[in-house]
Design a protein around this ligand. Structure first.
Ligand code: HEM
Length: 111
């Protein structure tokens, strides 16, 4: 936990002094973590923090696991073009929101 109060508020998500391999996509890094994404632990603030924190946070943290979990649990997914998951292009495209440079193309297959 860093910068609870005082000092400039900066995004620390890519800070290698706080994160091991910060640019690697490793969701498993959160398995043993008790970091709070609701604006308390400043090393991870996907919804912002303070007075202008995202008002959609309570909706998003409930809906995203349900929507994503449903898609994963009820369908098989195949990447278009026979790409192996490990070879998926994960580069980002800068914009108002951070999007994938190459769109994710996947076909749902009924179980
Ligand atoms: C994963 C989903 C979402 C993420 C990561 C996200 C992230 C953010 C971030 C980073 C901000 C800027 C906070 C700041 O300035 O400190 C923001 C603002 C905002 N978000 Fe979200 N958001 C999400 C979902 C939603 C949803 C579902 C809604 C509405 C139903 C929503 C409505 C808003 C609004 C209205 C603001 C502007 C708040 C203000 O400027 O006072 N967001 N969001």
């Amino acid at each position: 936990m860093v910068q609870r109060s005082g000092g400039p508020m900066v995004q620390r998500g890519r800070d290698s002094s706080l994160w091991k391999d910060p640019l690697e996509f490793k969701p498993e890094r959160f398995w043993e973590s008790d970091i709070d994404v609701r604006g308390r632990d400043f090393e991870l603030i996907p919804f912002g923090v303070g007075r202008r924190i995202c008002p959609g946070l309570p909706l998003a943290i409930r809906m995203i696991p349900i929507a994503l979990g449903s898609l994963i649990n009820t369908l098989n997914w195949k990447l278009d073009g026979g790409i192996a998951p490990k070879d998926l292009a994960m580069e980002e495209k800068f914009g108002i929101t951070l999007a994938k440079a190459q769109p994710l193309l996947a076909t749902p297959i009924p179980l």
